[in-house]
Design a protein around this ligand. Structure first.
Ligand code: GLU
Length: 328
């Protein structure tokens, strides 16, 4: 039986759809809030729809109750959304943990197209390819010589029937350069076969990889623009290859520079005092936070307190700075 097509929300240039897609693993800090503000402004300035998607695919990292706190904190800041786990909407469910059927559909399509293969190589096998140049993930790119020479037509079904498949599923990448444009970082180019090689879409333990879920969901939810932290710039070329293999058109991309602490490190959970919740609990006004974030993005000359809605009219990506912002 041919695989079922992925449900797609049609895209309309006159009504763009954007999203904020946090993993519910920690409280929203200033860096996350800044990215969310930019994503929200970009969509609101074009009169589009903004949705919240819960990226809760990694059970050990998910903190129970965190998604509700994240929503509360961004609502406190003055952001809103039109669809999401709390509101529902035409693309429900908005929780990735409830969307496995779509990810399996996509794997079927990729297998049919010859772009998927099972991999039983151990970490040791992969570490042993020492002479290769080191790729983005620190290790050497997955070598094309590790691809199976041939696969039976029903291999994926047979694997699903096994009690312990004990194989990861990898995407067979193209050996062409991926060229794309980022609204903040400009023209980009990457040879995925040289940086990461064939990457994992479903892990050996059965968890779906972020790369697969994000592309399947952005396609199914009709997302026109992806705005996210610059720490994900390196994932974009991989995702573009996946869009193309699934017969979809990639969205527009904008990567928002990260926020660093006084030591020059990306804000993380360790910077507890830089969470919206800590600021709110210490009596800081949301307008003061929005003013700081907007100034640090390059949207205001001075950090004058304001509401997100005050920034919609004058928002343009040209103003957004490329440099990481220091928030001591
Ligand atoms: N879930 C990812 C994060 O929390 C964001 C994924 C995306 O926007 O593509 O960093």
């Amino acid at each position: 039986m041919p695989p079922a097509p992925i449900h797609r929300t049609p895209r309309h240039a006159s009504h763009p759809r954007g999203r904020y897609a946090p993993s519910p693993t920690g409280l929203i800090h200033l860096g996350n809030a800044r990215t969310a503000l930019a994503a929200w402004l970009s969509i609101r300035s074009r009169g589009g729809t903004f949705l919240w998607r819960l990226e809760d695919l990694d059970p050990p990292r998910v903190v129970p109750g965190m998604a509700a706190l994240q929503m509360e904190d961004l609502a406190w800041l003055g952001l809103d959304w039109d669809e999401g786990p709390d509101l529902g909407g035409p693309c429900a469910p908005y929780e990735q943990s409830r969307r496995s059927a779509l990810y399996e559909d996509a794997l079927d399509r990729l297998a049919t197209a010859g772009r998927l293969f099972p991999c039983r190589r151990s970490r040791k096998d992969l570490a042993s390819i020492a002479s290769a140049p080191h790729g983005l993930d620190g290790g050497a790119p997955y070598p094309a010589s590790f691809r199976p020479a041939s696969l039976d037509p029903g291999w994926l079904e047979a694997l699903r029937r096994m009690e312990r498949p004990d194989a990861a599923l990898r995407f067979r990448v193209d050996d062409r350069p991926v060229l794309w444009h980022d609204r903040v970082f400009g023209a980009r180019e990457e040879r995925v076969d040289r940086t990461v090689g064939d990457f994992v879409l479903k892990r050996r333990d059965g968890l779906y990889a972020y790369q697969l879920a994000v592309v399947v969901d952005d396609l199914a939810m009709g997302i026109d623009e992806v705005v996210r932290g610059a720490d994900l710039l390196d994932s974009t070329a991989r995702q573009i290859q996946l869009y193309e293999a699934l017969g979809g058109t990639p969205p527009d991309w904008a990567h928002v520079p990260v926020v660093v602490n006084a030591a020059g490190e990306k804000l993380s959970k360790r910077d507890g005092g830089r969470t919206l919740r800590a600021l709110r609990d210490s009596g800081v006004h949301p307008e003061a936070v929005v003013g700081e974030l907007a100034a640090s993005l390059g949207l205001l000359d001075r950090p004058d307190p304001c509401r997100p809605g005050d920034l919609v009219r004058d928002f343009t990506w040209e103003k957004v700075k490329k440099e990481p912002s220091v928030m001591p």
